[in-house]
Design a protein around this ligand. Structure first.
Ligand code: UDX
Length: 430
């Protein structure tokens, strides 16, 4: 099958590379000439384990190519996947401008019957609307149809998640579209759930928002644990033995970040309000997360008179380990809070520094190791549970810091060990 993929972000590039890996002929389309050159040379523009290997292998075997020439890419494909961004607008709604732009390019380029598949996370009803939009702009006697195929990959494990997905959700309105989608995914040998397009679009939001809710619920419980004197980790463990609850996404911390949960919770809440319904549970998840992000820095501010001129170590910048992505990372508002109050920030992150520089420039100092960031610091905040951070011992804090005060937003260390080493240690829900 000849497949074009529009957009080479996390979703588009990983989808393209994995479709090629499963034997399809794939061309990835992006407007950025430099990015295209880089990908042709075998380099991934994003940090994602295993991605470069399959990009290089399939490029060498002629199963994947990259281009800015959308016209010939779309014209020569049987199926076009749309995987461009749907960023959040200031009112919380999803911005569909990129999708519409690709839709226009598709309608101008294609010359034969084509199935167009939306991978991007889009508000319920979008597949239908984009189908009408393309048909209106087509002016040719050919058949086009839209299929919804939401993506569930998580950053950092994107290739593994795509090749070993828990399910493939297919939203279609005809047997023709269903047949093509099944043919594309048959080499994956993963359970397929076939439904209508609106339900497929809803499955994506409902899944992401449920996971966000699960995290916010645990953060809410963690906050209560602190007040009543319980340990949220033991509580989560005790809950997890019930397989109706499960063991995943019960980790309390300083809140969820990333390109999906914050955006998708707000988008579904917005969409619901537009339809005259208030999604109270999702609103609660959003509110808890907002409060949670600054919980530790606010607690520190209550104890410390002034941050002015104080050397503060920040360990971890990305929204989670295993990615170089800082989008919606809780580290961002924490750093802004401390910078506003005059702190001197020394930050360590194993892979996120280049992206952090785009946000903070030289307003903070970036160190090569965690210990360098800790050197002479009077305060330390843990923002991301990188291995390099979790591997630090109580001694590392005592030997390097001017004063051993540690606020741990990701529960990386044993409170007893830290206390026994004389460290003033605060974590979440313990
Ligand atoms: C998420 C979904 O997992 C994925 O299925 C979807 O397609 C896109 O959104 P991702 O954003 O890559 O993937 O990261 P994920 O691993 O889900 O973590 C999101 C955030 O939740 C991170 O900031 C993480 O630190 C936080 N988190 C996760 C917790 O605070 N506690 C947990 O128990 C789990």
């Amino acid at each position: 099958m000849k497949i074009a993929v529009a957009g080479t972000g996390y979703v588009g590039l990983v989808t393209g590379a994995c479709l090629a890996e499963k034997g399809h002929n794939v061309v990835c389309v992006d407007i950025d000439e430099k990015k295209v050159e880089k990908m042709k040379a075998g380099f991934s523009p994003i940090y994602e384990e295993g991605l470069e290997e399959i990009m290089q292998k399939n490029y060498k075997d002629g199963r994947i190519d990259y281009t800015t020439d959308y016209e010939s890419a779309y014209k020569n494909s049987d199926v076009i996947f749309i995987a461009v961004g749907t960023p959040e607008r200031s009112d919380g709604s999803a911005n569909l401008d990129y999708i519409k732009k690709v839709a226009i390019q598709i309608s101008k380029s294609i010359e034969k019957d084509t199935l167009i598949v939306i991978k991007s996370t889009v508000p319920i009803g979008t597949n239908g609307k984009i189908e009408e939009y393309i048909r209106r702009n087509l002016n040719k006697n050919i058949h086009i149809e839209l299929a919804s195929n939401p993506e569930f990959l998580a950053q950092g494990t994107a290739v593994h998640d795509t090749l070993n997905a828990s399910r493939i959700v297919i939203g279609v309105e005809s047997e023709w579209a269903e047949g093509i989608m099944k043919e594309i995914y048959s080499p994956f040998e993963i359970p397929m759930i076939v439904t209508d397009r609106n339900s497929a679009e809803m499955i994506k939001y409902a899944s992401n928002d449920f996971l966000a809710l699960k995290i916010s619920y645990m953060n809410d419980i963690a906050n209560l644990c602190e007040i009543v004197g319980a340990n949220v980790e033991d509580v989560a463990k005790g809950m997890s033995y019930d397989d109706r609850i499960g063991s995943k996404f019960l980790r309390a911390g300083i809140g969820y970040g990333g390109s999906c949960f914050p955006k998708d919770t707000k988008a579904l809440h917005w969409l619901s309000a537009q339809n005259g319904y208030e999604l109270k549970t999702v609103r609660a998840a959003i509110e808890v997360n907002e409060q949670q992000k600054l919980k530790l820095v606010r607690a520190a501010a209550e104890k410390i008179e002034s941050f002015e001129g104080m050397k503060v170590a920040i360990l971890g910048l990305t929204f989670k380990p295993g990615t170089d992505d800082l989008r919606e990372s809780p580290a961002i508002p924490n750093i802004e809070y401390l910078l506003d109050r005059g702190a001197d920030i020394y930050a360590f992150d194993p892979v996120g520094v280049e992206n952090a520089k785009k946000l903070f420039g030289d307003k903070i100092v970036y160190t090569k190791t965690a210990k360098e960031a800790l050197k002479d610091a009077k305060l330390c905040f843990i923002m991301t549970e990188w291995k390099e951070v979790k591997d630090l011992t109580p001694n590392d804090f005592n030997e390097n810091m001017a004063e051993s005060i540690v606020y741990d937003g990701r529960n990386c260390y044993c409170p007893e060990d830290m206390k026994n080493a004389g460290i003033e240690y605060y974590s979440i829900g313990r």
